[in-house]
Write a new protein. Structure first.
Length: 222
């Protein structure tokens, strides 16, 4: 079935949103929650005037970027579930999310309202990840004591690479490829740690999803 053609303005708006999301990841990595809209727009090559014509506030912009981030998560999870091999599906999902920089919007947690659209997309992401984990554990390839929250935290931890961020910030172009390869090795080591061949149990109690829900709640909601 032929996909409907997007109007030029709609297509341009979508390209700008993707560019803004990439820029937001980079600026948030450097500046945290204090990242300015102007810095994000400049990094994305989007005029600040046109940005504010579409998004009235910084909060609206970050809400939209959170939706796009969740969309990328859900698309990667659906591809993982479509994979024939349960382990390859899970590993491919984790790798895709890390490469995408999932979790890079964490600095804005608790600073913006979670909209109904954000919540719906997040609920879907929880369902998809649980299905990926259940499928891999049923196949005997994922260690049985790993939870979906463990996977989410792992993706968030590995979604940022301090070495790679510093190489880019300092302009060490000759070391970018080496930093990328070093990150790939760390990801491979982490993925091997998820395999069911390990017999030593994970320490402590399984993490609660409150580690995410409480962070994203506004101060008045806590």
């Amino acid at each position: 079935m032929t996909q409907p053609r997007r109007a030029p303005r709609q297509a341009e708006a979508e390209r700008n949103d993707r560019a803004l999301l990439r820029a937001a990841r980079e600026v948030l990595a450097a500046d945290g929650a204090h990242a300015s809209v102007a810095a994000i727009a400049a990094r994305a090559g989007v005029g600040i005037g046109s940005l504010y014509r579409r998004y009235r506030t910084k909060e609206e912009l970050f809400q939209r970027l959170a939706e796009l981030s969740l969309d990328s998560w859900n698309e990667a999870a659906e591809r993982g579930l479509a994979a024939e091999d349960p382990w390859e599906g899970l590993a491919g999902f984790i790798t895709a999310c890390i490469e995408f920089g999932q979790g890079s919007l964490a600095p804005i947690a608790g600073t913006i309202e979670v909209t109904e659209r954000m919540q719906a997309k997040n609920d879907r992401s929880d369902e998809l990840l649980a299905a990926l984990v259940d499928r891999a554990q049923a196949a005997g390839t994922l260690r049985p004591d790993v939870t979906p929250v463990d996977i989410s935290l792992l993706i968030e931890q590995l979604g940022r690479s301090p070495v790679l961020d510093q190489m880019r910030k300092q302009g060490h172009e000759e070391l970018i490829e080496a930093a990328v390869q070093a990150r790939e090795r760390i990801v491979a080591i982490a993925l091997d740690g998820l395999r069911a061949v390990h017999t030593r149990p994970l320490p402590g109690d399984p993490p609660s999803d409150r580690l995410f829900t409480e962070r994203w709640a506004l101060p008045a909601e806590r």
